[in-house]
Design a protein around this ligand. Structure first.
Ligand SMILES: *Cc1c(COP(=O)(O)O)cnc(C)c1O
Length: 498
C-alpha cells in the first residue's frame, strides 16, 4: 500500500463513510487534476463524473481560476470581515446580487439607476464557509425575521420529504432523510415535512412504468400540490402559520437526484406565498448553471431587451429563475468558487436586512459570523468563476453538453436494471431497480449503487451513489468523448454488477 494511503488509514476519518469498510482496501489517493480528469498517486487517471461531489464547474487546474487565486495570493490571503471590508468580497457581493436579479435593475454605487432597489430584491449578501453554514444563516435570519415582523412568536418551518440541507445542527433540523437525521432527533428542533414530487415513486402517479423519465409519462392531477396546500392551511388553522418554506429548487440532490416536474416549483412557491411564508431556496447544489441553460418562459424577448439583457444573459444561473420564482433567501456554496475553495453566501432581501437595523443598544444586530467570512482567496476564485459562467462561449458549451448528456443517457434505457433516469441540466440520477416493470428496488443492504460505482472506479470513472441512484454530474469542460465514456462505463458496470 502506498505510504500516503497508510497514513490516511491510520489517521483520517472520512465523511459519510463506514470506516471499517474503508480500511479494508487501498484508497485512491488523488495528487493532480486537469480538466475533467483526476490523477492518483500511482499515475492512474479517472474521469471526475460527479465534479468532486458537485463542487467543480470548469474542471481542475483551470488556468483562469489558478491565475485569479495566484493574483490574490500576491496581495493577501485572508483578513477578517469583523470590522473590515475587502476588495474581492465587495466585488463578489455586487456580482452575486446582479446574478440573483438578472432582469431587475439593481442600485448602482453612484445611485444612478432610475428605479431604486425594491425591498424584495435579493440585495444583501452574508458570506460564510459551506452549504451548511449558508443554510444556518438563512434559517436564523428567517426565524428572527418572522419574530420581529410579528408573524410568529415561535416560527415554524416546512421543508420537503427527503430534504437535505447540510449537516450542522440547524441544517439537520430542516432535513428529512431518516437515515441521516433520526439519531439526532432529540438534539434538533422540530420542523414539518411535506411530500416532495417524486414522480417515479409517487403514490398519486397512476401510470405504469415506461422506458422514459417518469415525469414525462406520469398520470396525476398534481395531488402533491393539494397536499402542500393542505399542510399550509392546517398550520394556519392552528394559529401559527409557517414562517418559511424551505426547498431545493428543480431537483433534490442528496434525496437521490429527485427532479421536480416542470411547473411544480412555480406552483408550490405560489402556495407558500399565498400563505405569507418566506421562501428559502437552498441552491447549494443547483446554482451556477447546474440545472441547465434555460431561458425563462414567462418573459418575452422584448421584456428582456427592455431590461437591458444581452444574449449571454439569457441564462439562469439560479434554478429558481428557471420558473421565475423569487425567493427571500438563497443559499449558495458548492459551485461558488468553481470547486476551488470552501466559500458560501446567503442572499436575502432589503426587507429582511432592515429588521436587523436599530440603535446599537437595541441589540438588533445579527449575532453570527465565521472566522473566514468573506475570505479573499475564495472571493477571487468566485469572481473568476462568475466571469467565465457569464461568457457566451461557456453558455454555448453548457448547452451542447446538456444535449449530448440527454442523448447518451437515453442509451441506458436498454438496461433492464435501470428504472428511472432523471436529468436536469447538467446533473442526472440513474435509479437502479431489481425489476423495471414493477419498480421493485434493490434492498439498501445489497449496496447496488455502491457496487456499481466501485466497478466504475475500476474502469476509471469516479462518482458516488445515493442508495440505488448513481449520480452523473460532469464538469462543464467535459468533452463529448469523455461524457460518452462516463455513460458507457456506467452501462458496463451495471451489466457487470447487477
Ligand atoms: C451539499 C449540500 C448542502 C451542504 O453543503 P456543505 O457544503 O456540504 O455543507 C446543503 N444543501 C444542499 C442542497 C446540498 O447539496
Amino acid at each position: 500500500m502506498h505510504w500516503l494511503a497508510e497514513l490516511d488509514h491510520r489517521y483520517v476519518w472520512h465523511p459519510f463513510t463506514q470506516m471499517r469498510d474503508w480500511v479494508k482496501r487501498e484508497p485512491i489517493v488523488i495528487v493532480e487534476g486537469q480538466g475533467a480528469v483526476l490523477r492518483d498517486v500511482r499515475g492512474r487517471e479517472y474521469l471526475d463524473a460527479n465534479s468532486s461531489i458537485w463542487t467543480n464547474l470548469h474542471g481542475h487546474n483551470h488556468p483562469r481560476l489558478n491565475a485569479a487565486v495566484r493574483a490574490q495570493l500576491k496581495k493577501v490571503a485572508h483578513s477578517s470581515a469583523l470590522g473590515l471590508a475587502n476588495e474581492p468580497a465587495s466585488l463578489l457581493a455586487e456580482r452575486l446580487v446582479k446574478m440573483a436579479n438578472p432582469f431587475r435593475q439593481t442600485r448602482t454605487v453612484a445611485g444612478s439607476a432610475k428605479s431604486p432597489a425594491r425591498a424584495d430584491h435579493l440585495n444583501k449578501v452574508f458570506f460564510s464557509d459551506d452549504g451548511s453554514t449558508a443554510m444556518e444563516v438563512a434559517l436564523k435570519l428567517a426565524y428572527e425575521f418572522a419574530r420581529r415582523s410579528g408573524r410568529s412568536k415561535k416560527p415554524k418551518f416546512l421543508s420537503l420529504e427527503n430534504a437535505y440541507h447540510g449537516d450542522t445542527v440547524g441544517a439537520v433540523a430542516l432535513g428529512h432523510i431518516e437515515l441521516f437525521h433520526q439519531r439526532y432527533r432529540n438534539l434538533v428542533f422540530k420542523t414539518d415535512k411535506v411530500m416532495a414530487p417524486y414522480c417515479y415513486r409517487c403514490r398519486f402517479n397512476r401510470a405504469r412504468p415506461e422506458r422514459t423519465d417518469a415525469r414525462e409519462y406520469r398520470k396525476c392531477q398534481w395531488e402533491c400540490l393539494d397536499v402542500l396546500e393542505e399542510k399550509f392551511s392546517s398550520r394556519r388553522r392552528k394559529g401559527n402559520p409557517y414562517a418559511a418554506f424551505v426547498f431545493e429548487p428543480l431537483i433534490q440532490g442528496a434525496a437521490g437526484m429527485i427532479a421536480q416536474p416542470a411547473g411544480w416549483l412555480k406552483q408550490a412557491a405560489g402556495i407558500a406565498r399565498e400563505h405569507g411564508a418566506l421562501l428559502l431556496a437552498d441552491e447549494v447544489m443547483t446554482a451556477f448553471g447546474r440545472t441547465g441553460v434555460l431561458t425563462r418562459t414567462d418573459e418575452g424577448p422584448r421584456q428582456r431587451a427592455k431590461a437591458g439583457a444581452r444574449a449571454g444573459d439569457e441564462q439562469s444561473l439560479l434554478a429558481c429563475q428557471c420558473e421565475n420564482v423569487h425567493a427571500d433567501f438563497v443559499a449558495l456554496a458548492k459551485g461558488l468558487t468553481g470547486g476551488y475553495l470552501p466559500m458560501a453566501a446567503t442572499l436575502t432581501t432589503e426587507k429582511v436586512f432592515d429588521t436587523f437595523l436599530g440603535r446599537y443598544e437595541e441589540f438588533k444586530t445579527f449575532f453570527h459570523g465565521h472566522s473566514y467570512t468573506g475570505n479573499q482567496l475564495g472571493a477571487a476564485a468566485a469572481l473568476a468563476n462568475l466571469e467565465m459562467l457569464e461568457s457566451l462561449s461557456c453558455v454555448k458549451t453548457r448547452r451542447m453538453l446538456q444535449a449530448s448528456m440527454a442523448g447518451e443517457l437515453n442509451r441506458l434505457w436498454g438496461q433492464p436494471r435501470v428504472g428511472d433516469i432523471r436529468q436536469v441540466g447538467l446533473c442526472a440520477g440513474v435509479e437502479l431497480v431489481k425489476n423495471w416493470r414493477t419498480r421493485e428496488p434493490f434492498p439498501l443492504r445489497e449496496r447496488a449503487g455502491m457496487r456499481v460505482c466501485e466497478a466504475m472506479a475500476r474502469r476509471g470513472v469516479l462518482t458516488r451513489p445515493i442508495g440505488n441512484v448513481v449520480v452523473l454530474m460532469p464538469p462543464y469542460c467535459t468533452s463529448k468523448s469523455q461524457l460518452e465514456r462516463m455513460v458507457a462505463t456506467l452501462s458496463e458496470s451495471v451489466a457487470e454488477v447487477l
